[in-house]
Write a protein that binds this ligand. Sequence first.
Ligand code: ATP
Ligand code: MG
Length: 566
Amino acid sequence: MEEKKIPEEKTERSLNFIEEIIEEDLRNNVNEGRVHTRFPPEPNGYLHIGHAKSICLNFGLGKKYNGKTNLRFDDTNPVKEDVEYVDSIMEDVRWLGFDWEDRLFYASDYFEQLYEYAIILIRKGKAYVCDMSAEEISETRGTPSRPGKESQSRTRSEEENFDLFNRMRAGEFPDGSRVLRAKIDMASPNMQMRDPVIYRILHATHHRTGDKWCIYPMYDFAHGQSDSIERITHSICTLEFEVHRPLYDWFIREIGIYAPRQIEFARLNVTYTVMSKRKLLELVQEGYVNGWDDPRMPTICGLRRRGFTPGSIRNFADTIGVAKRDNVIDVNLLEFCIREDLNKKSNRIMAVLNPVKVILDNYPDDQIEELESVNNPEDESKGKRKVPFSKTIFIERDDFMEDPPNKFFRLAPGREVRLKAAYIIRCESVVKDPKTDEIAEIHCTYDPQTKSGMPDSNRKVKGTLHWVSEKQAVTAEIRLYDRLFTKENPEDIEEGKTYKDYLNPDSLKVITAMIEPSVKNARISDKYQFERIGYFCVDKDSTPQNLVFNRVVPLKDSWSKAEKVK
Ligand code: ATP
Ligand code: MG
């Protein structure tokens, strides 16, 4: 891990290096003071948190500098692309809170224009139709230290190239039999410049242009020109495109069109996950997860389903900033951001995940009290709710110890604790299951003078426990998620292994919990803080009869050391 960032107090942050470049351009009146960015996904998978970073960056800059931001699909590969992905990408960008207004574009809208650009290169003697196969092309490319070999097709006349290229378009040749290549320099130290392929034959149906085309531009021949057509001022890319920049500049120059300014920044990597669409697709297709929106996935739809909010992701993107060198961000920071957001927004509720029965021997048998509890101590306007209390309640098994150490401030024989929003109770005895020796019942007495409004309501005891009254408890399925991978960097692979060997077999645990009855009103995607446990979100599988919750994050903030029992 090269770098881990710790969240700081929110102060006015200084400009990042991209903002510095933009502000310098603004000072120099480059592009008449226009700022126009774009988010250019290829619709070949669902977006992940790395894309979210790019979305926040591009749309954020557009907003900050009173500019515009386009959404453009770089859809040059019909074999891997699909409208399902197009739709999901639009949904995710909107959900993150961004708006491309009337600026939704597709590289495929420019196919005719790109074809014309290719003709310009052919007419200038800067592109040729090459008869080599993909293998031959790659074999003759050379290595960074050894020049490549020029193709025999390189000397073709302009007329012949023009004719062959048109016949490629007309469908006269089978897939892979010919390509159009830029004529640059087979000895260039930059491999990208060694006569790269710019058009290939592919008899495939495109999700937008159907069967209109059987030749398709390569990504590198579409991306920069699409930016140019849209008059993007600042083309923000990830670092791997730095070596492509001379090629993009070459195309722009040779074709003679408007030149955007490309700026590269480091991709976002996050610990304990993988971030490439190819790998995420593999996890989906091979059934390691339950779909793209599995809450363990680093996809935006996965995070959404898990219970992350758009604000928490935007805040995360802002906190990590933009870097020029590759780094890995600790996933704890992402979790810190969602905790911070949900702490302010989500109502508290009591749920017991691993119940043990507590019987209050001196409490009237059939009495039920409706006790008031605060919904959100961070937000008074959220009000209070009624929670039923009775003789038999559940507490967490972990909150009781028969033979506790001194520092255990929860329930133990002879010790007192407060029940949240209710009474102080004292443990008198325990009943065990004779077969398993497990504790079956904890017998306590309660002090009637200690509830809110009674004389001893302020009496202090060290621990406060959450609880649920047995009779009114609602059961719910709880999905507890852990890291998808056991290794901090699953792409750092030992010999003979693949990243899939580092999948965490315990990344999903399903349990049944007892929850206070106010949860009956919960609707899909509602989020709660289960007191003392964590943040939970109602899953889309949930029904009023069968509630299902996803754990968003445990309550304990791993940035802070001490475990506090409130
Ligand atoms: P992947 O490698 O995960 O499949 P990609 O780069 O091929 O992603 P694109 O659809 O081409 O995916 O990406 C759209 C935009 O999002 C590009 O501008 C790309 O640079 C940016 N992007 C992709 N991954 C990340 C990341 N991890 N961090 C920041 N930006 C990213
Ligand atoms: Mg890509």
